[in-house]
Ligand binder design. Structure first.
Ligand code: ZN
Length: 244
């Protein structure tokens, strides 16, 4: 299973970069995980929009869904140009009907409701969900394939249930929108310290920090997480590829 970072930025994209977007690949099946602002542009230097097999959306904040519309346009126009492709499933929760409806566009994309209490099969991945602590309904996801696991926290304040949910994951892709001494939970986000605590208590094999803040010295996030978690830690950046 491969994870590739498209967009590591929280809130909005840094200049010439992207907010939340990640590629998961296994056995030639490619999932785009979240589709924030800037993702479609950055994505194209790694994979063509028509090559995606599925999209999964954690929640409907713009830094996670802003580029859905242009992804739909890209696949529509590539179709006019003769590129053959199937209707793209976009898996998302159905608890915001207005936003969910926008995921379906002509025969180009189709919104597919995941039910958070069920295990969902997406290509080779089985996916479990956990409701996070965030101002809007949002779901963390645990992907398993071929005996390996990746947990994506999506956006969330720290909550105890994340520890069990992330238990012994091969990789934890953890949001880290605040520095250690800041108050993050009221905003529905995590600090580097909580990311380290989650990685440590869940005994994950490696930690990737993402949904990064636009200020400060990012290496400090790693240092703060490393004061609690002893395993390997990386900061998400465009093009970072993790093979597990
Ligand atoms: Zn959010």
């Amino acid at each position: 299973m491969d994870l590739t970072i498209i967009g590591p930025w929280g809130g909005y994209p840094k200049v010439n970069e992207a907010s939340s977007g990640y590629l998961l690949d296994h056995d030639g099946y490619t999932v785009l995980l979240d589709c924030g602002s800037g993702v479609l542009s950055k994505l194209q230097s790694l994979v063509q929009p028509e090559s995606l097999d599925a999209v999964m959306i954690s929640h409907y904040h713009p830094d996670h869904i802003a580029d859905i519309g242009v992804l739909q346009h890209a696949r529509l126009i590539k179709g006019y140009l003769g590129v053959k492709m199937e209707c793209l499933p976009i898996y998302a929760h159905p608890f915001n009907q207005h936003e969910f409806t926008n995921l379906t566009y002509k025969q180009i994309t189709k919104g597919m409701a995941y039910q958070p209490e069920d295990i969902l099969q997406v290509g080779p991945f089985s996916v479990r969900f956990l409701r996070t602590n965030h101002p809007v309904e949002c779901y963390a996801m645990r992907f398993e394939a071929a005996g390996k696991s990746i947990v994506y926290t999506a956006d969330t304040a720290f909550k105890e249930e994340l520890i069990e949910f992330s238990n012994e994951a091969d990789l934890l892709l953890c949001e880290c929108n605040f520095y250690g001494q800041q108050e993050a939970s009221k905003a529905g986000h995590m600090t580097s310290t909580f990311a380290g605590k989650l990685a440590h208590e869940a005994k994950v094999k490696q930690l990737v920090l993402t949904h990064l803040p636009h200020y400060g010295r990012l290496e400090q996030l790693k240092e703060e997480a490393a004061s609690i978690y002893q395993g390997p830690i990386q900061l998400a950046c465009f093009g970072l590829k993790c093979q597990i």
